[in-house]
Ligand binder design. Structure first.
Ligand code: ATP
Ligand code: MG
Length: 737
């Protein structure tokens, strides 16, 4: 046992070995919260204070949950299969599958991911003839999810005006539609579990007496409903509640926009009567310079619970900063730097590439891909969200549950089988009249629509028949053939990658069966349902961990949100521009800005040894070129911690950093940026990135160019007073500075 505990500092040791009482560990990034939580779990099991079936541990991402299972089995010789360790969604899914009857769900209920949900809402609006300009589907989705996450069903939402009343009505209609179709969206997984626990005393008692220890990582990001669920599950109000062990960091609360409440920490402390909040102050993750930068950034926030963090690791290297002219140059530079690191012996999986928004990954991926560097994207466009995969899954879902109208609508005419919009409309209308699913309604139709759609229904019936009893990968294979998906993508011009992904789905199924089929630990139950349904819910919940290059030594790409709780030797944080990070939607309010700052704190504290910050003066995003100033977060980091790899030219509007021609610094990638001609454009000797002077506007820097020769026009950023101006070179009389 000593070996379990001897790598802990005294505060950590005290936390790990607390008696079975409510506990809150409040500590900064990298101070060992997750390690303490996992070690406590191992210690409780090893000392026989609890059995494997008596604990429940919840984390925020699938990656973190897997990591916890791996660490646990490394510490103890146990079979962790069947243990209740997972994400909130994963655990609730499991709970509802085990009690689907009591939860009023079909055993094969399917999970709608965010885009499925949006499609279902659009379908509903259409069916009800609701103007989707007046009630935009996305906004309605937000309204529904926000209410669910706060624990409110439609009937409980207060509406003071007609607009809200209508939205509440649509919320109720949407829930009815989901119920009819046997599908459940993400927040519904939680709300339904919560309601079932609340309503059904035998089930509640069973779980309350079963789970003696409940451990929660990243507690600061729980939303209201998750908190209420935990409270109920832990039997807070009963005579013998479970011991809840929560760890968190208020400075890393980054889901406020999704309803997470730091207030849960205060409520927990009060309602559970936590005897003493434990603080951990030593950071074991990052070198001093990185930690100093993180501390300096977060010090700008106002409402903090207050923590100190120190390290004895020494300052380490400075934080490297690179300012590129355009996003493509930034991506090129990052990838060149990565190649250099790998040549110097770094392992790819120790390198993370982080960004604020998913859309930023495209240019980075492109660059990595074209140089043949293997990479994996976490939590971005997940494997299971790709169009071809969703089509294949829709067929599988119809086999499992023919009443799933979202799946039906997705593939009834994909690949095309000549089913016209008219026929589908008639089917939808009839389905409303008979109050049956689209699939079941087909038998009520007659005439031409009945023929076309009838053939589709027969196809699904045949598929179900032919695949009954087959191993899962063969089921998938069969469906890919018989549905016509393979033939369809073979004929498509750029269908190769899609075909490869479809094959990868067979691999994913095989991998799933392998994991799913491992013998459960003694006394542990296996997730209820048939393998196909289990696989489908896995597909809805899984954060893309089985991409084509799973298992390879690959660069890790993810948003800062997805990087929470993780650590890497080397971290590149890209796109540090005002408007992007901090995000433009958040900078108008103090609260929004503080949340962005916490996100920045999370990003910086992912790095162990080396941190790179980069930005681009112009960037293509959502089809538009945008120009930006460097992120205001730069001003919050003490200058002496930074090492600019691009030189800084003092402009009229303060510190704007631009690459210049004569730079002889240590960066090998800079020179390419300094060619006076951009893409062969003739700009009369000017170039993008150049410092220039204008008679009226003063000093600025050229941030982009279009046209050539006499038609050449440039955008010049003249700084905060004047802003960006588009100028025709033939007219503007610019001078080089
Ligand atoms: P975050 O807030 O980012 O989730 P955390 O507080 O959960 O961070 P951990 O991930 O548990 O921190 O720990 C950070 C790193 O420090 C890990 O690599 C962990 O193994 C290491 N570490 C933690 N405690 C110790 C210790 N006492 N001795 C050596 N290394 C430690
Ligand atoms: Mg952690």
């Amino acid at each position: 046992m000593a070996s379990l505990l001897d790598k802990l500092n005294p505060e950590q040791l005290a936390a790990v070995t607390l008696p079975a009482e409510p506990a809150l560990i409040l500590a900064g990034a990298g101070s060992g919260k997750t390690r303490v939580l996992t070690t406590r779990l191992a210690w409780l099991l090893q000392t026989g204070q609890v059995t494997q079936s008596g604990v429940l541990a919840v984390t925020f991402t699938n990656k973190a949950a897997k990591e916890m299972l791996t660490r646990l089995s490394a510490m103890l010789p146990i079979n962790t299969r069947g243990m209740w360790i997972g994400t909130f969604h994963g655990l609730c899914n499991r709970f509802l599958r085990a009690h689907h009857r009591e939860a009023a769900l079909p055993q094969t209920f399917q999970i709608l991911d965010t885009s499925d949900q949006l499609a279902a809402i659009k379908r509903l609006l259409k069916a009800l003839n609701v103007d989707d300009e007046k009630y935009p589907p996305r906004e309605l989705q937000h309204f529904i999810n926000g209410n669910k996450e706060a624990g409110y069903r439609a009937h409980a939402v207060e509406a003071w005006d007609d607009y809200t009343r209508k939205r509440v009505e649509l919320y109720a209609e949407y829930d009815a539609q989901c119920q009819r179709e046997g599908v459940v969206d993400f927040p519904e997984l939680l709300l339904r579990s919560y309601e079932l626990l609340e309503r059904n005393e035998p089930i509640r008692r069973h779980y309350q007496s079963r789970f003696r220890h409940v451990l929660v990582d990243e507690f600061q990001d729980t939303n209201r409903l998750q908190y209420l669920w935990l409270k109920l599950l832990a039997g807070h109000a009963t005579a013998s509640p479970a011991a809840v062990f929560a760890v968190g960091d208020d400075d890393q609360s980054i889901y406020g926009f999704r309803g997470a409440e730091v207030g849960n920490m205060r409520d927990f402390e009060r309602e559970f009567k936590v005897p003493r909040v434990i603080r951990l102050e030593q950071n074991y993750r990052s070198h001093g310079n990185i930690l100093d930068a993180a501390n300096a950034i977060i010090a700008n926030n106002s409402k903090r619970l207050g923590k100190n963090l120190w390290t004895d690791q020494g300052s380490g290297e400075p934080i490297r900063v690179y300012e590129a002219v355009a996003d493509l140059d930034e991506a090129r530079w990052i990838v060149e730097e990565i190649q250099q690191l790998v040549r110097d012996g770094a392992s790819r999986s120790d390198i993370a590439l982080l960004y604020r928004s998913n859309a930023q990954s495209r240019v980075l991926e492109h660059q990595l891909f074209s140089l043949g560097i293997s990479y994996r994207v976490y939590g971005g466009l997940r494997f299971f969200e790709r169009q071809e995969i969703k089509h294949a899954l829709a067929y599988l879902r119809l086999i499992a549950n023919p009443d799933d109208d979202t799946a039906f609508a997705r593939v009834v005419n994909f690949p095309t089988r000549g089913i016209g919009a008219r026929s589908l409309e008639q089917l939808q209308d009839a389905s409303r009249v008979y109050n049956t699913s689209l699939y079941a309604t087909v038998s009520h139709l007659s005439g031409k629509p009945a023929q076309a759609v009838g053939a589709f229904v027969r196809l699904i019936e045949e598929m179900r028949h032919a695949t009954t009893g087959l191993p899962l990968p063969e089921v998938v294979d069969h469906v890919l053939d018989v549905s016509g998906l393979r033939t369809h993508y073979k004929a498509e011009r750029e269908g190769e990658e899609r075909l490869a992904n479809l094959d990868e789905l067979i691999n994913a199924a095989a991998y799933f069966v392998h994991e799913d089929g491992a013998p459960p630990a003694e006394g542990e139950e296996v997730l209820a349902g048939d393998p196909l349904s289990r696989f489908l819910s896995h597909a809805s919940l899984e954060a893309g961990d089985h991409q084509a290059d799973a298992g390879q030594d690959a660069i890790q790409l993810m948003t800062v949100h997805a990087a929470k709780g993780l650590e890497f030797d080397m971290v590149f944080l890209s796109g540090l521009e005002d408007g992007l990070f901090p995000h433009e939607n958040s900078i108008t309010s103090l609260e929004g800005l503080e949340e962005e700052r916490r996100l920045m704190y999370v990003a910086v504290t992912r790095a162990r040894q080396r941190l790179y910050l980069s930005l681009a003066q112009s960037r293509m995003l959502h089809g538009q070129t945008r120009y930006a100033m460097k992120s205001r977060f730069f001003t919050e980091i003490p200058e002496e911690l930074l090492k600019w790899l691009t030189p800084r030219v003092q402009q009229g509007f303060g510190a704007v950093h631009t690459p210049t021609r004569n730079y002889d610094g240590d960066n090998h990638a800079t020179s390419r940026l300094n060619t006076p001609r951009q893409n062969g454009r003739d700009l009369g000797g000017f170039y993008v990135g150049q410092a220039v002077r204008h008679g009226r506007f003063g000093s600025g820097v050229i941030v982009s160019a279009e046209g050539s020769g006499a038609d050449a026009r440039v955008q010049v950023n003249f700084g905060s007073g004047v802003g960006i101006k588009l100028l025709a070179l033939s007219v503007a009389k610019l001078e080089a500075e």
